[in-house]
Design a protein around this ligand. Sequence first.
Ligand code: SF4
Length: 244
Amino acid sequence: MSVSTRTPPTSMHRRRLHAFQQALLRWYARHQRPLPWRQTRDPYKILVSEVMLQQTQVDRVIPKYHEFLGRYPTVRHLAKARMPELKKVWYPLGYNIRPLRLRKIAKQVITHHDGKIPDSYDGLIAMDGIGRYTAGAVLSFAYNQDAPIVDTNVERLLGRYFGVAKRGSMFARRRTLWQLAAAVIPKGRGYDINQAMMDFGALICTARAPKCASCVLRRSCRSYPYEGSNSPAAGPRRHRRHRT
Ligand code: SF4
């Protein structure tokens, strides 16, 4: 039976939640990707990486992340950036509204926060250009707070593992996923579990052909074996139905 989008996370089976946390953190300790933005807690650098990663693959972001920070090492440098050069440095990542948004955020940080990126959800979300995901990422990755995040990898993983129904309203599903993202954080481990979910969604519980056969969550996953996965039990794609 799937998690209804109306079911509050408090009704989740404790063992399923515990199994998720334990298995995922163990997996992350062994398999985490050595990404450059994991070498820093500087909120400005975290913010830059998060905006760059929106709709762009990690491999493409890494060299540009270094180049961008070499040119604009602080929020003050970015706030003063000239647009033609900013676009040039950003090229060829695409979605060119993003550097504009970043510079706008930098200007707000200088004007309203004395050059310091806010460390509260309300302070972040009040800024033009920062949404719920980015606010959670900055709080979690820079300020080590137990803030939830839901990006496409996290959404896919939580949705499959907890069997969040895809039918019904998109709004209700999103709300359930955000509730789950908050519920899965063990106290004081927001940074680790959030990074773990993103890596796991990118490497194991992938959009196509998830690696269910070797997945450390398979024993408690509501969707195991997922349709089209590499598990023999999943069978040919056309014969499988979603297990909910
Ligand atoms: S068993 Fe498959 S669907 Fe479930 S979490 Fe693992 S990879 Fe994803």
